[in-house]
Ligand binder design. Structure first.
Ligand code: SF4
Ligand code: SF4
Length: 382
């Protein structure tokens, strides 16, 4: 309940530190950067939460449109911790939960949740098609192998996501890892459902996944998506789901260390790595993807100005990849991000998340940068 966060809400100093990245002094909140109003930054959202708490403002779908442009990127927490020590994102996500509870959610969020309830995925596609890519790519079904390769909604159904899933699986198997996918048996990890505030459905999905993982004897999981990695690692243990969870870049970095990964060659490419929020800021993994990239011969790793814990979100988190509440335009975070990659001298943006890949790929087209910049997943480079 919002009332549980009264201390946090009242301790916001209105300092505005959540707007800019420390030491870099660049805008860091993707929704605030796009719209420019305080109500799209943590500072204003905390004020709105205070007004809701004090019953000065009712929760309604229009108010929530502003709140739902938050991508749960965690950058405000990062800045606020440094400056004041408050966790604004918890308050923002509590507001989303209250909105779901009272039915006051924007239609885009309502539709996303309806699709997840009815179809089990946001693409409205049949469950049987979930593992179709794996049969084509020759990735085995899970049958007691050491690792479950968990793919998730985007990797299972989105065309670009499927290519990334196939590249990651091939790379992992090439390192000698024994793995299998659940295919048609796989269910959504529920992280995005949780992020938009539908905690009941998230709990249902988490418990269903845990039951299936335990029935199948799953003990070790490698995820394609940082979002699933986050949910399995940090949320599932509260319902008894305790597994050894790795993001695939961590598995590749481990294989590299053990001499099992022979990274390929890049033809004198300058590559900038885009830190996914749910691998970086939310789980403090910044090194594994860079270690894998640095092992590629001929590859020069360059850094964008906003990197690691100060990385700028692509705009796809917090359900926005599916609801598109942040919208398009020159100030959309993904377009700002690809311009930043160009400024860093990059020819390639390397990603470690299928959502980031899609967001940045579209942004490159919108910026007419196809001739000078491409986006590739780490597994497609290494
Ligand atoms: S940095 Fe923290 S204390 Fe300062 S305005 Fe933002 S949320 Fe409030
Ligand atoms: S989590 Fe990200 S998008 Fe949401 S308010 Fe904080 S900085 Fe802005």
């Amino acid at each position: 309940m919002l009332a549980d966060y009264r201390d946090t809400i009242y301790h916001c100093l209105k300092c505005g530190a959540c707007r800019h990245a420390y030491e870099v002094y660049e805008p860091i909140c993707p929704s605030g950067m796009k719209y420019g109003f305080d109500s799209h930054y943590a500072i204003g959202r905390i004020s709105l939460a205070r007004a809701v708490l004090n019953q000065e403002v009712p929760i309604d779908a229009e108010l929530m449109r502003r709140i739902y442009t938050c991508t749960s990127c965690g950058a405000c927490d990062e800045q606020c911790h440094e400056a004041v020590g408050v966790d604004p994102l918890q308050v923002i996500e509590e507001l989303k939960w209250e909105a779901v509870e009272s039915g006051m959610i924007p239609p885009e969020v309502r539709d996303y949740l309806k699709h997840m309830n009815v179809h089990g995925n946001p693409y409205l596609l049949p469950q049987e098609e979930r593992g179709a890519w794996a049969s084509v790519a020759g990735v085995p079904q899970f049958d007691g192998q050491e690792y479950l390769f968990y793919v998730g909604d985007v990797g299972s159904y989105d065309e670009r996501g499927q290519k990334i899933a196939a590249a990651v699986a091939a790379k992992l198997m090439g390192c000698g890892l024994e793995l299998g996918v659940l295919g048609a048996r796989e269910m959504s990890d529920g992280n995005e459902v949780n992020r938009v505030g539908e905690r009941g459905l998230f709990e249902y999905l988490a418990k269903a996944n845990i039951e299936q993982f335990d029935e199948l004897g799953v003990t070790k999981i490698i995820t394609l998506s940082p979002h699933a990695y986050h949910a399995f690692r940090n949320d599932y243990p509260q319902w008894g789901g305790r597994y050894e969870v790795m993001h695939y870049t961590q598995a590749l970095a481990q294989a590299l260390e053990q001499g099992k990964l022979t990274a390929g060659e890049a033809r004198d490419q300058r590559v900038a790595f885009h830190d996914p929020c749910f691998l970086g800021r939310h789980n403090a993994e910044y090194d594994a993807p860079r270690l894998v990239l640095e092992a590629v011969e001929g590859l020069e790793l360059v850094e964008m100005e906003r990197n690691r814990n100060n990385a700028l979100c692509c705009g796809g988190g917090g359900g926005n990849f599916f609801t598109d509440l942040l919208g398009a335009g020159p100030l959309s975070p993904s377009r700002v991000r690809v311009r930043e990659a160009v400024e860093a001298g990059a020819q390639v943006i390397a990603t470690a998340c299928p959502k980031c890949f899609n967001m940045l790929d579209e942004a490159i087209k919108a910026e007419n940068l196809e001739d000078s910049l491409t986006v590739r997943d780490i597994a497609q480079i290494a």
